[in-house]
Write a protein of this length. Structure first.
Length: 145
């Protein structure tokens, strides 16, 4: 099963996987469900970071990176499908992440059709983070009471 959102294909991905090292890629609930259905345990591939659920690294590499390849490529997280396009909330537009090895090769203007899907994705992550926070607070309150 794959998402139906438009995807960005990095032209360097056959010989570069820098963005799969020391990753902090946040996953949506939809990503987590899709990847769990492949048989991976949530605790194996995810960890919590500042309220977001992010990919876990093993020996500084994404849990899913094996021999330089993403073993869940067809089902990879939505954020991985957009990278190096990331959303700048202050500017309210996407930008090319300058941590990408070849960021200067990318011309943001040609990726405009991805603007709305990326924006939607980021706001969904923020909303899911807020829901998780509220649930945790409610659970803490129940334990206190
Ligand atoms: S899930 Fe795949 S594409 Fe995303 S960081 Fe991990 S190895 Fe890279
Ligand atoms: S670091 Fe940049 S150039 Fe390398 S695979 Fe990731 S997006 Fe492509």
């Amino acid at each position: 099963m794959t998402t139906t959102n438009p995807e960005f294909y990095c032209p360097h991905s056959e010989n570069c996987y820098e963005c799969c090292l020391e990753t902090e890629m946040p996953l949506s609930e939809k990503d987590i469900t899709r990847i769990s259905k492949l048989g991976f345990k949530i605790d194996e591939f995810l960890e919590e970071q500042d309220g977001f659920m992010v990919l876990r690294n093993i020996d500084s590499k994404c849990f899913f990176l094996k021999n330089g390849l993403c073993i869940i490529y067809e089902n990879r997280p939505e954020g991985c499908r957009y990278y190096p396009l990331i959303y700048d909330l202050e500017k309210d537009e996407f930008v090319i992440d300058n941590l990408c090895m070849h960021y200067q090769d990318f011309n943001p203007s040609i990726y405009q059709p991805l603007h709305d899907p990326i924006r939607y994705f980021i706001y969904m992550l923020l909303s899911e983070k807020e829901i998780r926070f509220r649930k945790t607070e409610e659970e803490k309150k129940k334990i206190k009471d």
